[in-house]
Write a protein that binds this ligand. Structure first.
Ligand code: PAF
Length: 280
């Protein structure tokens, strides 16, 4: 497995890999868990070679403390990627991604600034900017993201469509612990009390899904989720949004079609998110 620290080394490694066939990219911020490895497994199944990036992107963090405390474990990450058969890992430093004088940003101006974007101002601009850089550097045939980051996925799909990028965006189902908690690198930062409270997000979404399928109005579902999360004293609900999955416009009333439910809540100083898609 090649470890590339520079754009130049990555480009020359990818040029060689391309001779064997399609290249898939799995962008990550490291601290890999089974959810990331599911992305890698799908990429391995669909491409001749897989490149993974590990870069904790400073521009998508609003709070400097959140960036500082973001979990990092390069050694374990590299061992897991090697064992999975990844061909190359791009691990740049901040100056390689944001050279002196860097001033260009990429933003989906509407979609970045609604829903979860209001909880984390600037977050999706940072994500779109870094993902566009990664796509320019690796130029993969396919790029892989988890459904858990539901709005992130929508932002990236819109950016790829709007900027006419030649890449197929693939998504992979949310991986969960046995108690339903969505896997996230941030889970490592939860205290044991907050970890014990975290299943409330998935529980609220499971109940909401059942009620939606029973015909409940979207507004009633929002109240139901709010009440469920309010029943867990260690969780502070930050946002609950239900959208038309096709357009990402807010859904209302007895909307029919595929709905995307997005929820975020604070557990101590850790923000967790979860999602569910429901078709009715
Ligand atoms: O989902 C993530 O881990 C990050 O937001 C991503 C897509 C790697 C960009 O930094």
């Amino acid at each position: 497995m090649e470890i590339c620290r520079t754009v130049e080394a990555t480009r020359s490694t990818v040029a060689q890999l391309r001779e064997r066939g399609d290249v898939g990219l799995v962008p990550t911020m490291g601290a890999l868990h089974a959810g990331h490895m599911n992305l890698v497994a799908q990429a391995m199944a669909e491409n001749a070679s897989v490149v993974t990036s590990i870069f904790v992107n400073p521009t998508q963090f609003g709070d400097p403390k959140d960036l500082e405390t973001y979990p990092r474990d390069d050694e374990a990450d590299l061992a897991a990627l090697r064992a999975a058969g990844v061909a190359a890992v791009f691990m740049p430093d901040v100056a390689e991604m944001y050279p002196e004088g860097d001033e260009t940003i990429v933003e989906t101006t509407q979609l970045a600034n609604v829903f979860h974007g209001l909880v984390r101002p600037g977050h999706f601009r940072g994500v779109a900017t870094v993902v566009s850089k990664l796509l320019n550097i690796v130029q993969p045939d396919r790029v892989y993201f988890g459904q858990k980051d539901y709005q992130q996925l929508a932002v990236i799909r819109r950016m790829v469509r709007d900027l006419r990028m030649a890449v197929d965006v693939r998504d992979v189902a949310t991986a969960r612990d046995a108690d339903g908690v969505a896997l996230s690198s941030r889970n490592k930062r939860l205290t044991s009390e907050h970890r014990a409270a975290a299943p409330v997000l998935n529980q609220a979404l499971v109940e909401a899904e059942a009620a939606l399928l029973d015909g409940a109005a979207v507004e009633a579902i929002v109240s139901m989720i709010k009440a469920r999360v309010a029943g867990e004293p260690l969780a502070v609900l930050k946002a609950i949004d239900i959208v038309d999955a096709a357009t990402f416009e807010p859904a209302t009333g007895d909307f029919r079609g595929t709905l995307g439910m997005m929820i975020s809540a604070q557990f101590g100083d850790v923000l967790l998110i979860d999602q569910r898609e429901v078709t009715r």
